[in-house]
Design a protein around this ligand. Structure first.
Ligand code: SF4
Length: 309
């Protein structure tokens, strides 16, 4: 098997692109895919400071690595989620990556705010991923605004986007379909631009890139992901991809070109301002503040019950 680009012995085969690559050409190909996505979708320019959300997994660290190589001004933002050993390992890998390259990194430990994901989920009896998603969105937005970053980049890849699209289509989630884009422009003064520069590359390609670049990342899945519907969708799409290479890319690309503008044309109610934290909200109080309030109330009740035992 020879590299499609330089004819050297190939190390990786990408059936969806009908191509094989040696190590150097794969790294070039991957970085070009990301660069093209940034330029085509006008995600950000070389002059803008970019806040990169880094979990310690392959996707976000691969993204950060590419952005540095392409010359963008980046600062990492890591939320230590409070999911036991998984979070400890994620934080260690992220800090080690940043330190080895002398990169600026902001780390927020949710446990320091009394908001460790597993505690919040246990107290409020909400699914861990729902609580986690609410807190991630809040901290990404708030830290970006407070620290003057016009844009937040996340490591969502093609598999994430295809699985999300499949879920949204199966349930005809019209507002979500209207907002499923690789670039989300702010609709409130305390929102910033959200971008997904990896939306054209697969999870497999991100893993190969991380391996080839010697990036040390957390290999284990989050324990709370076990049984997640998103994983079922990914599995279904992987089986489709195995028999019909390129299906995921076509599914997402064609949606973005043909269908998404139709969903986006429907008038959308602009967000209000949360009475609790001043961040955008679709009710009087945002989902994050409601979650914090519920957590505090239930924690007080639990502590009071323990005190009388
Ligand atoms: Fe958070 Fe769920 Fe992802 Fe774990 S799997 S990091 S709990 S969203």
């Amino acid at each position: 098997m020879k590299c499609t680009r330089c004819k050297a012995p190939a190390e990786v085969q990408l059936r969806q692109h009908n191509s094989n690559f040696c190590r150097a050409c794969f790294v070039f190909f991957f970085q070009r895919q990301v660069e093209r996505a940034i330029e085509k979708e006008r995600m950000f320019s070389l002059d803008e400071p970019v806040l990169v959300a880094v979990s310690g997994g392959k996707d976000s660290l691969a993204l950060w690595d590419v952005l540095i190589d392409l010359g963008y001004q980046t600062t990492g933002l890591h939320l230590s989620l409070g999911i036991g050993e998984y979070s400890d390992a994620s934080t260690d890998k992220t800090v080690a990556f940043a330190n080895a390259r002398s990169l600026p990194l902001i780390t927020v430990k949710l446990a320091d705010h009394g908001l460790a994901v597993n505690d919040v989920a246990g107290l409020t009896r909400r699914p861990a991923c729902s609580a986690c998603g609410t807190m991630k969105r809040h901290y990404f937005d708030q830290l970006a605004v407070d620290r003057g970053f016009p844009v937040v980049a996340t490591g969502h890849n093609l598999d994430d986007e295809a699985a999300r699209l499949l879920g949204n289509v199966l349930h005809w989630q019209m507002p979500y379909l209207a907002r499923q884009r690789p670039v989300l422009q702010p609709t409130h003064e305390r929102f910033v631009r959200k971008v997904k520069p990896l939306y054209r590359v697969t999870e497999y390609e991100a893993a190969v890139y991380a391996f080839m670049r010697g990036i040390d990342y957390v290999v284990d899945e989050c324990p709370n992901a076990i049984g997640a519907t998103q994983l079922t969708y990914k599995d279904m799409l992987n089986r489709l991809e195995a028999t019909s290479p390129g299906s995921k890319l076509i599914f997402v690309q064609e949606f973005l070109q043909r269908a998404q503008p139709i969903f986006a044309a429907a008038p959308e109610e602009p967000p209000r301002t949360c009475v609790g934290c001043g961040m955008p909200s679709f009710g009087e109080m945002c989902g994050f503040c409601r979650l914090v309030r519920e957590t505090e109330t239930k924690r007080e009740r639990r502590n009071a019950a323990k005190a009388v035992q």
